[in-house]
Design a protein around this ligand. Structure first.
Ligand code: FES
Ligand code: FE2
Length: 421
């Protein structure tokens, strides 16, 4: 009998210990573990079309998607230049450790990015002027320079000049690689890309809550979208699409919400207004959104005010504010990997206490973005869309966005003909 009582106490204690461990782990996950919603190119935006099995006849899903991408009409002649002028995030800060060098391919360029031991980031053209090795693949960071992996010539990060050839008494005076203007801000490494060499960069605004660590990082998502870069920011000015695509409950998912049984489990309402800014901030436009979730016709559960600042062609700071939850910051970066392939990342920041809620925000935003992707991956770019009078903001947007193209912008057809999928 005593034996059984002893076992019971032991089990109760074991339950308590396990319960405590699971409780602590759950709390840790909720408040301290950022989530990462990362989707490969073949995971989003093709599921509806691939339901029709004829696309999969004897080929893998990847091959079927490649075939769809090749056969799609994109209207090469109608498309604006693929790489508008402005700041682009080419890497998230957390992807580059001190003393590390990496190579990034974007904007039709090959960049070598490196971080010195005193935490300065430099961006240079990747190809070594000596015999063409890629400095970002196996290059070694030495002080403020990067040493080429092939014959160990060193190039200074601050100006790209060759400062050392280990087997020669002098470094060639004229040898240098292009140094790109860059800055590290809001946990991203940005590069200034401009087709006219004399253009001064505009300042990138710091999100002070991120800089001061008042807001912590709660997660990110990452997508690859098959479209021209302009289509993505145009979404903010395309006010009619909110009702069509983003109204069905987030529970209906990102693939085919209108045919989901859960589409009416609460509707999302969006009141939106899009407006460009005046000089000297004419590179900024704002979309102001009032978002609420309708439970019944009269009861709107969750309310959120969103101001999306589109800063140049590729970067958005979303300032969100809800009466019940407080403030959230979301950063969106769009980087052209190819003329018709955009890497899109959203990073989410808020006070630590909002950890559990932020899991839903990351999930909800990712699902809503996937709905847009199903459109972007298959549409054609219309140079002259047939707009009705209620859609003048699209026209305004196009006019505003055209400031990022200039005389020497690389034509779409030129950039596109070298890409072979
Ligand atoms: S190729 Fe770079 S040092 Fe020779
Ligand atoms: Fe959208």
């Amino acid at each position: 009998m005593e034996h059984f009582i002893g076992d019971g106490v032991l089990f109760t204690s074991l339950y308590k210990v396990c319960g405590t461990i699971i409780g602590i782990a759950t709390l840790y996950w909720l408040f301290y573990m950022p989530c990462n919603w990362k989707k490969n190119i073949d995971e989003v935006g093709y599921n509806i079309i691939l339901r029709d099995k004829k696309h999969l006849n004897a080929v893998s899903k990847k091959d079927a998607i490649n075939r769809i991408r090749k056969l799609r009409k994109i209207g090469v002649k109608e498309l604006p230049p693929p790489y508008p002028n402005g700041w682009y995030s080419i890497m998230e800060s957390s992807d580059l450790r001190q003393g590390e060098a990496k190579s990034v391919s974007a904007l039709g360029e090959q960049f070598a990015i490196f971080r010195t031991l005193d935490n300065t980031v430099y961006v240079l053209d990747a190809y070594c002027p000596h015999m063409g090795a890629n400095l970002g693949v196996g290059g070694r960071v030495v002080g403020g320079s990067i040493e080429c992996p092939f014959h160990q010539w060193s190039f200074r990060g601050s100006d790209g000049k060759c400062v050392n050839v280990p087997y020669s008494t002098c470094a060639p005076q004229t040898s240098k690689v292009k140094k790109w203007i860059s800055c590290e801000i809001n946990d991203n490494i940005f590069v200034w890309y401009h087709s006219e060499s004399d253009q001064e960069p505009w300042p990138l605004p710091v999100v002070k809550e991120i800089e001061s660590k008042e807001f912590v990082y709660h997660g990110r998502n990452e997508f690859y979208v098959n479209c021209h870069i302009q289509e993505i920011p145009e979404n903010g000015a395309d006010l009619a699409h909110f009702r069509a695509i983003h109204k069905a409950s987030v529970l209906a998912g990102g693939t085919d919400p209108l045919n989901s049984a859960l589409k009416s489990a609460g509707y999302h309402h969006w009141d939106a207004l899009w407006k460009p800014s005046e000089a000297p901030s004419k590179h900024i436009a704002r979309v102001t959104l009032k978002h609420s979730i309708e439970i019944t016709k009269k009861i709107h559960a969750f309310e959120m005010d969103v101001v999306g600042e589109q800063i140049g062609p590729s970067y958005v700071q979303l300032h969100m504010k809800s009466p019940s939850m407080g403030r959230i910051e979301v950063l969106q970066t769009v980087t052209p990997i190819e003329p018709m392939l955009q890497k899109v990342v959203h990073r989410f920041y808020a006070p630590r206490i909002l950890g559990p809620f932020m899991k839903f925000v990351v999930l909800g935003e990712s699902i809503m973005f996937e709905r847009d992707m199903s459109m972007w991956n298959h549409k054609i770019f219309r140079k002259q869309p047939q707009l009705v009078k209620e859609e003048m903001s699209v026209k305004l947007f196009r006019n505003w966005y055209s400031q990022f193209y200039s005389e020497n912008s690389r034509l779409f057809s030129e950039a596109y003909e070298n890409i072979d999928w």
